[in-house]
Design a binder for this molecule. Structure first.
Ligand code: NAP
Length: 488
């Protein structure tokens, strides 16, 4: 790695084989202050990566047995003297107890690996605090996003990225090299002012998932209540029938597909709204409102939650015949037929409806699985942009259309049966169709040549009211160019 490389983000794991700039790093002595869980895991990984390790402890005799024999465990001051790079694996509260070491630490690189217990717990980051206590040292923030467990497993599992920041480029480069030799991917996060952000990262609980999860829970609650009223409360009030046993499986199983289906349509609705905005304003350079921006950024999580609900629906459906209530109902129906001497109960239309309903349901779930798998970073990275957009956009839209067929075959003619309107409430499936059908209709309208052409031009930089040169692919794949204005 050249020295100038640290100016750029270090994303992307580089093979260490044959990299001459990394070779001198391995074999050097690295110091670790502290003998706790993190220090131990760090020492094991450093030793396994070919470094000499010297551990500084307040009580080396007692702690030596916890470390690999290749690591030297000694008093703090002794350890610090033997190396230029020291990992400070102690909590922030105890930094001040290291002040006696200030003289021996002068001129050395201190790697602050600490985390806090709360987001923005202190005014200044731990790394900045450490730097203020040891002004003669160079402090680098790093390794705090890696757990002791990940260090021991050697970056085979868990997070491979190590976020690094420092005001000193040279020190940052040294720590980045050590991380690479250890099998991690260093990511340059800039100068020390980023330390606070890096320290907050391990404390965040699924930040990108909050809105999608609340959306899914909200939808689930609404549909669950609606289905509960129709399937349980209505028969109880109108016919005094006890159908409460339906709550754990049947009501949940009619709710899950509603959530999955609406969530899937919500993946494609913001794209439709964005296209409407671009068509209306005749430009792609106008910022979308914040809520639409946020929505567009959460499409992956919304799609994955849709898949999750669809998978649960499939499992619940497979388990329906296992229930006692189902067996009793089957036997009851059989006895009734025997008493009434009914021989043929085959209803051709019902048979076909169920065959088609289940078949399209399986296809929809298969397509959703494909979308979910290809949204994983490791798989997405192996696809080029065209492949990714074909799967996520085209196949995703096909999944929405097939899910609509699944819903329609489930509902069949129930929307036209007045007995289905419990408390004047329409069947749930008719409600779920609203958003997906709007999305499908909008997509069909956008695919009309006149609109598609205008949208394509806008997305290639054409703006309403401005004369610009444009080049468009024709239907035959050839490119045509010309000048245009807003009135064209
Ligand atoms: P720990 O098990 O409690 O170890 C802390 C070590 O600090 C002790 O073993 C002690 O070693 C040393 N120390 C030095 N001065 C001390 C003092 N005055 N009082 C008490 N201890 C003192 O904690 P840890 O889990 O290893 O975490 C160490 C640092 O790594 C923390 O800043 C933590 O935020 C960070 N970290 C931990 C993890 C993790 O997975 N554990 C992950 C990321 C970051 P001696 O007795 O030998 O001096």
């Amino acid at each position: 790695m050249s020295r100038g490389d640290m100016a750029k983000p270090l994303l992307g794991h580089r093979s260490m084989e044959g990299d001459p700039s990394i070779a001198p790093t391995a074999g050097r002595t690295i110091g670790v202050l502290g003998s706790g869980d993190f220090a131990r895991s760090l020492a094991i990984r450093l030793v396994c990566s070919g470094f000499k390790v010297v551990v500084g402890s307040r009580n080396p005799k007692r702690k030596a047995g916890l470390f690999p024999s290749a690591a030297e465990v000694t008093f703090q001051a002794e350890a610090v003297k033997k190396t230029d790079v020291i990992f400070v694996a102690v909590f922030r509260e105890h930094y001040s107890t290291l002040c006696d070491l200030a003289d021996v630490l002068a001129g050395k690189i201190l790697v602050d690996v600490s985390n806090n217990t709360e987001i923005n717990h202190h005014k200044e980051s731990n790394a900045e605090y450490l730097a203020s206590l040891f002004p003669a040292c160079t402090v680098v923030k790093g390794f705090n996003v890696v757990s002791a467990w990940t260090l021991q497993s050697g970056a085979r599992d868990g997070n491979k990225q190590v976020l690094i920041c420092s005001n000193n480029q040279e020190a940052k480069r040294t720590v980045a090299e050590i991380a690479q030799v250890m099998g991690f991917t260093p990511v340059d996060m800039g100068c020390m002012s980023s330390a606070c952000e890096i320290e907050n990262i391990p404390l965040r609980l699924l930040p990108a998932w909050k809105i999608p999860i609340f959306l899914a829970l909200g939808l689930f609650l609404c549909f669950f209540t609606y289905n509960l009223v129709r399937q349980v409360i209505h028969p109880y009030i109108r016919e005094q029938k006890n159908k409460f046993y339906k709550i754990p499986i049947e009501v949940v199983n009619t709710t899950l597909p509603c959530v999955a289906y609406v969530m899937l349509s919500l993946v494609y609705l913001p794209g439709v709204l964005a296209a409407c905005s671009q068509l209306y304003y005749g430009t792609k350079y106008r910022r979308f409102p914040d809520w639409l921006d946020q929505w567009l950024q959460h499409r992956k999580q919304i799609g994955l939650l849709s898949f999750f609900c669809a998978a649960l629906h499939a499992m619940y459906s497979l388990c329906l015949p296992m229930r006692r209530s189902h067996r009793y109902q089957l036997i009851e129906t059989a006895v009734k037929q025997a008493v009434e001497k009914k021989m043929n109960i085959w209803v051709e239309e019902e048979v076909w409806r169920m065959e088609i309903y289940i078949s399209v349901g399986i296809i929809a779930l298969g397509l959703l699985s494909l979308l979910a798998i290809t949204s994983l970073p490791s798989i997405a990275n192996s696809l080029n942009w065209r492949e990714f957009s074909f799967i996520q956009s085209t196949l995703g839209f096909i999944a929405l259309v097939i899910s609509t067929l699944h819903t329609l075959t489930y509902g069949w003619s129930r929307a036209f049966d007045e007995n289905q309107y419990k408390f004047y409430l329409p069947p749930t499936y008719t409600l779920t169709l609203l958003v997906p059908c709007t999305v499908i209709l909008a997509k069909v309208i956008f695919s009309l040549p006149c609109i598609q052409k205008r949208l394509l031009r806008i997305r290639r930089g054409w703006e309403k009211g401005r004369y610009v040169k444009f080049v468009l692919p024709s239907a035959t794949g050839e490119y045509s160019s010309g000048e245009t204005s807003s009135n064209v």
